[in-house]
Ligand binder design. Structure first.
Ligand code: SF4
Length: 636
């Protein structure tokens, strides 16, 4: 039976809300398939506003792959702003997809991609507006399977009660496999109802179904054990790894937004994974090993994506883009191709030590010399050793000197505050570094027209990293250090006016810490926050620390116990049954090395140091150089 569009009901509400265009769909390259042409239907959500969610690569890639799959359709839905939410509640309009404005509850799967834990309350809003029971145990046969993915799904325990399932790692292949399991189960007449469907997904070992695992606790609150409560369910659920990115050249048809979004460019992921070994970096740890996309595939994707979208900016994405083994040839080849056109290139993430001026010149050949961003992360040499960010002060000064002397006027430096073992002087080291950067820039150019912006965020220990055992710094300590740094920068007569300073206070990091390393008991806090009106927690104007603390108290959850408490080696962590491939012993040893200042090299260029990923996951490092070159295009 076709499912009716709810657009006629939504349309009457749109004149009354801000930015109504974000809800109308119809973007270039969006897809609306006939409902009855598919027997498996996905509603994909990025749990934030349209302007943040539309450029998200993960959702965009799955949207295309699933729509290409015969008998499958996928549509997108985003978090609606509180003004529309109020009107939808008043008028009984359900959560809808922007593609065909179909009600989310009509789909087979409601897949939510979490880049950050601060999107959890927005998922609850969407479930509630959709008419899907918040708690998985209350759902009936007609409700979709609520499935989480994305980096935050590597510890989905705080939202375990609200989820039917979660998937770890790369989504390309597993989303197809899940579709096939659902198709088969539906074709057989849905034997055993949704319980059997979830069982079939769990048995495969590639989908985590929280309700098939029981958690026991020690009297002191620590977890005693997490164990399957059904036979045939694996003790550990493994992440998924796509081994040949050239076989998955998505997005092929980039979505072009009608409303304003945070990035308006065609983005190509040039490699996945990172083995630099920065100890705070969950993204680097959980996406191992490094797998490069070849220079020729990148060239073809850029050519195709620019033609299909009309975007005039191309972003070469990855966790550290300048580390691609052929980045020089990629940059030169693309800059040659688009010379004299209005298409420019950008490299959103660059390591200080991987930056070189030839590369920077290629990237600015067809565009403006906008600011350069580097992330030393730690303010002192000692701190950078602890976090394994092997960037020396000389590296940084040499790099910025080159950049300033080649015409750049603005450099942005990114740091973290509250890192393990951090002392006041480590943070004050940031001020010294910034002043040295300005001094070097002035000397290199003979000009005082040089700027440096220091941007600083609070550190949050993350699961599946060596810092997963660390005690998080309390927000009072972080705030005190940030204030002292600000006073030092502002009070400096010689350099203060040339240095910009951006920071967030430490409170949001505590809530993120609670959600990152939380267990199932934290779910009650999320629900209480949501019931009290919590929405868009990633937005400072909507976030309320007081609301989270009140909800924690109401739920009997001790926030300090989850955040500032250091864990012992043998404590069962809430995510230990979820396998990112990293050997627990290796992670522990690396944590011990961190405290003693020991460094780890990058296994791309040095022998394997047995982090465990490749043997456990059956993967291997996959890098060039291929020696191939990008050929000029006949028609640009
Ligand atoms: S197993 Fe070895 S080669 Fe593979 S990511 Fe870990 S350290 Fe690198």
């Amino acid at each position: 039976m076709p499912v009716e569009s709810i657009f006629h009901r939504l349309e009457a509400l749109l004149p009354k809300v801000q930015k109504p265009i974000q809800y109308v769909g119809g973007e270039l390259n969006s897809t609306v398939k006939d409902w009855d042409s598919a027997d498996v239907r996905w509603a994909l959500m990025y749990p934030d506003a349209y302007e943040v969610g539309l450029p998200n690569q993960g959702v965009a890639i799955l949207y295309e792959i699933l729509n290409e799959l015969p008998g499958t359709l996928a549509e997108r839905t985003y978090a609606v702003w509180p003004d529309l939410e109020a009107l939808m509640r008043a008028e009984g309009v359900p959560q809808f997809t922007v593609d065909a404005h179909r009600p989310v509850r009509a789909f087979d799967v409601f897949g939510v991609s979490f880049s950050t834990e601060l999107g959890y309350t927005n998922m609850l809003t969407a479930l509630d507006l959709a008419g899907i029971p918040l708690v998985a145990a209350d759902r009936g046969e007609d409700d979709p399977i609520v499935l989480a993915g994305g980096h935050a799904a590597f510890n989905p325990e705080p939202i375990a009660d609200f989820l039917d399932a979660a998937v770890l790692g790369d989504g390309e292949q597993i989303s197809i496999a899940i579709s096939e399991v659902i198709r088969e189960w539906k074709a057989e007449g849905r034997p055993g109802g949704r319980d059997e469907l979830l069982m079939r997904l769990a048995e495969s070992g590639g989908v985590y179904v929280p309700k098939f695992y029981d958690v026991d606790y020690h009297p002191d609150g620590r977890i005693k054990r997490v164990a399957p409560n059904r036979a045939d369910v694996p003790w550990r659920v493994h992440k998924h790894t796509v081994m040949d990115l050239d076989e998955w050249p998505y997005p092929k048809k980039p979505l072009v937004p009608l409303a304003e979004t945070v990035h308006e460019r065609f983005s190509v992921e040039i490699f996945r994974g990172c083995t630099r070994g920065c100890r705070f970096c969950q993204a680097g740890m959980i996406t191992r090993p490094v797998r490069e996309r070849s220079i020729t595939t990148i060239g073809a994707m850029v050519d195709n994506g620019v033609k299909e979208s009309g975007f005039n900016e191309v972003g070469l994405l990855s966790l550290s883009s300048a580390d691609h083994s052929e980045i020089g040839d990629i940059a030169k080849g693309l800059a040659d191709r688009y010379e004299g056109t209005n298409t420019s290139l950008s490299l959103p993430s660059t390591r200080v030590d991987a930056f070189n001026i030839d590369l920077a010149n290629e990237f600015s050949r067809n565009g403006r010399r906008s600011g350069l961003t580097f992330a030393p992360e730690g303010g002192s040499e000692r701190m950078r050793k602890v976090i394994n960010k092997m960037v020396t002060e000389e590296d940084l000064i040499r790099t910025v000197t080159t950049a300033y002397s080649q015409g750049w006027r603005q450099v942005k430096l990114y740091f973290m505050c509250g890192l393990p073992t951090e002392q006041d002087e480590d943070v004050m080291g940031i001020a010294d570094l910034a002043k040295k950067v300005i001094k070097a820039g002035r000397e290199a150019t003979g000009s005082r027209d040089i700027r440096c912006t220091v941007s600083i965020g609070g550190f949050v220990p993350k699961p599946h990293t060596p810092f997963q055992w660390a005690g998080q710094a309390d927000h009072e300590t972080v705030d005190r250090r940030l204030k002292a740094l600000r006073d030092s920068l502002r009070g400096d007569k010689e350099y203060g006016r040339a240095i910009g300073y951006r920071y967030h206070d430490g409170k949001p990091s505590i809530v993120e810490g609670l959600l990152s390393r939380g267990d199932r008991r934290v779910g009650a806090v999320i629900r209480a926050v949501w019931e009290d009106g919590g929405r868009f927690d990633g937005w400072s104007e909507h976030f309320s620390y007081e609301r989270w603390m009140a909800a924690a108290e109401q739920a009997g959850v001790d926030v300090d116990w989850y955040t500032t408490r250091e864990r012992e080696e043998n404590e069962v962590l809430p995510w230990d049954h979820l396998d990112a491939g990293l050997d627990r012993e290796w992670l522990w040893q690396d944590w011990q090395e961190a405290v003693s200042g020991g460094e780890v090299e990058d296994c791309r260029w040095t022998p394997c140091y047995d982090c465990g990923v490749c043997p456990t996951m059956g993967t291997e490092i996959q890098i060039g150089p291929t020696g191939r070159k990008l050929l000029p295009l006949t028609v640009v």
